[in-house]
Design a protein around this ligand. Structure first.
Ligand SMILES: NC(=O)c1ccc[n+]([C@@H]2O[C@H](COP(=O)([O-])OP(=O)(O)OC[C@H]3O[C@@H](n4cnc5c(N)ncnc54)[C@H](OP(=O)(O)O)[C@@H]3O)[C@@H](O)[C@H]2O)c1
Length: 305
């Protein structure tokens, strides 16, 4: 990487679960000068050493000004920002401000897989991908597919496994392969991507620690909790149908979660991309599933003591 091409890096959504991990890795790398962009009315607080700009995002001029002179913009916005497609506003402002490189807030599916278009929550992300590809001669992009964040998901009972109550929900009998990675290693991933533009500009990057079935996860959870778990069986078809109903009724959060889980575990490959992994090329070591499960159980047991 030439010394100053991608020096000024702006992170948006730095106060979220995902953004915090990225921010801490960026701040630890002296090659980069970091600016954080946060909503004017955000309750988020940052250490006084962090350069934070608070902006009312509906003020286009203020947003463009905040992005001016920035080489790279990384988005880690979440929640309502995804439903409102804030990243589209960010991309348009980045184009106007002359930013060189943008990483949108994805961190999940393989959006190159056409099945992602089958759920409405993918539509804004797919629109952003099209917009960035159309403008890649002015603004480079990198898309990041991580699959599920396994440490985050097991900690938040998000992947169909509730460690505290020893309960699992298996989708389609838990037989299909999915990929996942550790959120705690996402910072290293972002740093590796920024240090290797020759490998990552205008590409989709796939990061995989483990590719597994839910059945394998359950077996390991039973091993490390030394308990037989209660298992509920659901189909991805009924999960996606319920998601559609919730979406129509305006229960957007329930719908969002059900869409993600239903499609991820449906065997359509949106969340299973072992053969596309870029870990080796970027020098990112993989962590075996067994170690991930062992650490997740240990963390829950320690927290409950
Ligand atoms: N693969 C996985 O397992 C997995 C798991 C979780 C999340 N993710 C993905 O990671 C990304 C970040 O998720 P997260 O859970 O960290 O998000 P989050 O905590 O819900 O939100 C992150 C930040 O977004 C900003 N934000 C919130 N609402 C906004 C709005 N309406 N407009 C603009 N900015 C807004 C806030 O920053 P300020 O307060 O500083 O403005 C907030 O702290 C998302 O793309 C999500 O889909 C993936």
């Amino acid at each position: 990487m030439s010394a100053n091409t991608y020096k000024n890096v702006l992170l948006v959504g730095a106060s979220g679960d995902i953004g915090k991990v990225i921010l801490s890795a960026l701040l630890a790398d002296s090659n980069f000068k970091i600016r954080v962009l946060s909503r004017a009315d955000s309750p988020a607080t940052f250490s006084s050493s962090v350069n934070v700009i608070k902006v009312n995002y509906s003020d286009r001029t203020a947003l463009v000004n905040a992005l001016t002179d920035q080489d790279v913009v990384i988005s880690a916005v979440g929640g309502e920002a995804i439903l409102e497609n804030f990243d589209k506003t960010l991309i348009e402002a980045a184009l106007e401000a002359g930013v060189k490189w943008l990483i949108p807030s994805e961190y999940g599916f393989d959006f190159d897989n056409s099945s992602t278009a089958s759920i409405p929550v993918s539509i804004p992300l797919l629109e952003n991908i099209t917009l960035l590809k159309q403008n890649q001669s002015r603004l480079s992009y990198t898309f990041i597919s991580t699959g599920a964040f396994l440490d985050w998901g097991l900690d938040n009972d998000f992947l169909g496994f509730d460690i505290t109550n020893r309960k699992a929900t298996l989708y389609d009998e838990g037989k299909y392969l999915v990929s996942g990675t550790l959120l705690k290693n996402l910072g290293k991933t972002i740093i590796a991507i920024l240090h290797h533009p020759e490998l990552t500009l205008n590409k989709r990057i796939y990061i995989v620690d483990a590719t597994f079935t839910q059945q394998e996860v359950l077996a390991l959870l039973e091993k490390y909790t030394d308990t037989k778990w209660t298992v509920e069986y659901v189909t991805t078809e009924e999960t996606l149908k319920k998601a559609e109903e919730d979406w129509t009724k305006g229960n957007l959060i329930d719908a969002y979660i059900a869409f993600l889980l239903g499609l991820s575990y449906s065997g359509k490959g949106v969340c299973g991309f072992e053969d596309k992994s870029n870990n080796a090329a970027l020098g990112l070591e993989r962590v075996p599933l067994e170690q991930i499960i062992k650490e997740a159980v240990h963390k829950k047991q320690t927290a409950s003591q």
